[in-house]
Design a protein around this ligand. Structure first.
Ligand SMILES: *Cc1c(COP(=O)(O)O)cnc(C)c1O
Length: 191
């Protein structure tokens, strides 16, 4: 996945022309500024939301994005369920884990993840396809990646969204199915 947050359309277009179709954005608002017109010109684009989602933006988010990777709390999961039923849109979702239990990061802590995943899958009947996580910076990411993959295996979740510009090689070795690459593709972010 090409992470295009903070990148203007002029920098996205060369990737589209080169055949890249999977992109990630962090913010609903920024997504709406950049992607509706690009999606018209390149209908095969798949756009994922990889940043935090407020419940009051759920309707907008499910209209624009093809997958939301940042499901991390019950209230958000319930709101997604309600709005997807109401609008008759059923997009796949991923659950975000807070792999290092860091207070400044969003995501479900590993100790609560089993219950949360089961609740989303079996009670809310959401289409949960995988897990997403970001390990703590400046630590060896491998044990954290392994924790995520173990959990994904335990719940039969095929997608493991792990690995960014600095640690995608380790992530792939650990079983990533989706690396999220920003700066290594685009250079530094402008916005
Ligand atoms: C910004 C971001 C990325 C990409 O990070 P880079 O280090 O630029 O590759 C990946 N995942 C998430 C959730 C992000 O917010």
């Amino acid at each position: 996945m090409a992470v295009s947050k903070g990148q203007p359309t002029e920098r996205i277009l060369p990737l589209l022309k080169a055949g890249q179709i999977l992109f990630g954005e962090n913010r609903v608002q920024e997504g709406f500024h950049k992607w509706p017109s690009l999606k018209q010109d390149y209908p095969e684009i798949k756009l994922h939301l990889i940043g935090p989602l407020q419940t009051n933006k759920v309707e907008k988010a499910i209209r624009l994005f093809d997958c939301i990777q940042s499901v991390d709390r019950i209230h958000l999961a319930q709101t997604l369920k309600q709005e997807m039923s109401r609008l008759n849109i059923n997009i796949p979702l991923m659950i975000q884990l807070n792999l290092g239990d860091e207070p400044q990061k969003s995501g479900v802590s590993l100790s609560k993840a089993d219950d949360f995943i089961s609740h989303c899958k079996y009670e809310l009947k959401l289409l949960i396809i995988g897990l997403m996580g970001i390990p703590p910076f400046e630590e060896n990411p491998v044990p954290y990646f392994k924790d995520l993959v173990t959990l994904a295996n335990r719940h039969d979740l095929p997608e493991r969204s792990i690995g960014m510009s600095l640690d995608y090689k380790e992530a792939i070795q650990c079983g990533s199915t989706l690396v999220r690459i920003g700066t290594a593709l685009f250079g530094s972010r402008l916005q």
